[in-house]
Design a protein around this ligand. Structure first.
Ligand SMILES: Cc1cc2nc3c(=O)[nH]c(=O)nc-3n(C[C@H](O)[C@H](O)[C@H](O)COP(=O)(O)O)c2cc1C
Length: 343
């Protein structure tokens, strides 16, 4: 299943922090680099696939969010805009109007993905239909679906995919949940539960920051691991300067789950926006509406070098993130894990 050029480490797709350079570096090193294309237009997706292929013959993945077209209630949007107004004023941003689009159109992105035909295609937030899965297979792509519970893993298996990414509660960024009533299992417990319910290879994701954690996930039955936060300080990552500084300061209890930035549960380092907006947690419009409405505020904060209202996505193990070249990080993670698995 994992015909990487070397070892079974998938560099997690990370919208906002991953870029082609990160995927290229990890694929070149022998892992599976992933390019996050959820924010890309179809043309940008095709261009990224071309750029990665031009840089390395090694396999790579392209990742998309499975989203339905969005038609939010105008009253809900007005209330969300009003809640954000004081934050916009702090950054000198003009009064907010509705963005031209709430999110990229998944159907159009999927057409581009078929054309790009990457070696691997990975998905989160939803499940493909069996027809979509076989269309990708016909183009030669292998498919990874994200699950946060056994029910979701079984849905992916029924769609006919090639592997399940088991995303535990420790994982940084958004939860991939689309059916889950109980989506809070830790990574190791989730791997074990999905392994006993499904016949597919399982990729463990969430809180895996060093060789010891990788060895443990493999011992629990994982066929591979997917690692995000351990690459956030990599030279090739697009992580902004204030985000990097917050990661460097983070301790073992720095991350929280929140909906306030995007309308979807996600794990990140706690900051002022998370704390002040938490009283509205239940009223905030669902993804992608809140995500689109906070976009220019987050961009303004990044430009100003401030982290108070940035979405500082990071996993529970963030305190163990280290800087360096992504290829070196990937190789060191695998060689440390191997020392332990060979004992
Ligand atoms: C900054 C950030 C952005 C993320 N963006 C995506 C994404 O675009 N697509 C996706 O499938 N998962 C995304 N994730 C989740 C990862 O795929 C993965 O589940 C997670 O990073 C694993 O946990 P870890 O961060 O503790 O290693 C993101 C995670 C982070 C930290």
């Amino acid at each position: 299943m994992f015909e990487t050029s070397g070892f079974p480490i998938v560099q997690a797709p990370m919208l906002g922090a991953g870029a082609e350079a990160l995927a290229i570096a990890v694929s070149r090193a022998g892992g599976l680099g992933s390019h996050p294309a959820a924010g890309s237009t179809p043309g940008q997706l095709l261009e990224s696939a071309r750029a990665i292929r031009a840089a390395t013959p090694a396999p790579f993945a392209i990742n998309l969010f499975i989203l339905d077209p969005c038609k939010p209630d105008p009253q809900v949007v007005r209330a969300a805009i009003a809640r954000l107004a004081p934050w916009r004023a702090r950054y000198g941003l003009p009064a907010q109007s509705e963005p031209p689009i709430w999110a990229q159109d998944f159907a159009a992105q999927f057409e581009a993905l078929l054309e790009a035909a990457p070696p691997f295609a990975s998905f989160t937030f939803g499940c493909l239909t069996a027809e979509q899965a076989s269309a990708l297979h016909e183009r030669g792509s292998r498919i990874i679906g994200t699950a946060t519970c056994v029910e979701e893993a079984l849905a992916w298996q029924a769609a006919g995919v090639d592997a399940i990414c088991a995303q535990g509660i420790e994982a940084g960024g958004h939860r991939g949940s689309f059916l889950a009533q109980h989506e809070d299992l830790g990574t190791l417990a989730l791997v074990r539960a999905i392994k006993s319910a499904c016949a597919l290879p399982v990729i463990a994701a969430g809180g895996l920051m060093d060789g010891q954690a990788i060895a443990k996930a493999l011992a629990y039955g994982a066929d591979a691991v997917q690692i995000g936060t351990a690459f956030l300080l990599a030279d090739e990552a697009a992580t902004s300067a204030p985000w990097r500084a917050a990661i460097a300061r983070a301790g073992p209890d720095s991350t929280r789950m929140t909906r306030v930035f995007s309308g979807r549960r996600a794990r990140g380092i706690e900051n002022a926006f998370m704390i002040e907006m938490s009283e509205h947690e239940r009223d905030i419009p669902a993804y992608p509406v809140q995500n689109a409405l906070t976009q220019d505020l987050r961009a303004a904060a990044a430009r100003a070098g401030k982290s108070d209202c940035l979405s500082l996505w990071a996993g529970a193990g963030v305190a163990l993130a280290r800087p360096g070249a992504a290829g070196d990080i990937a190789r060191a993670l695998w060689s440390d894990a191997q020392k332990l698995t060979q004992d």
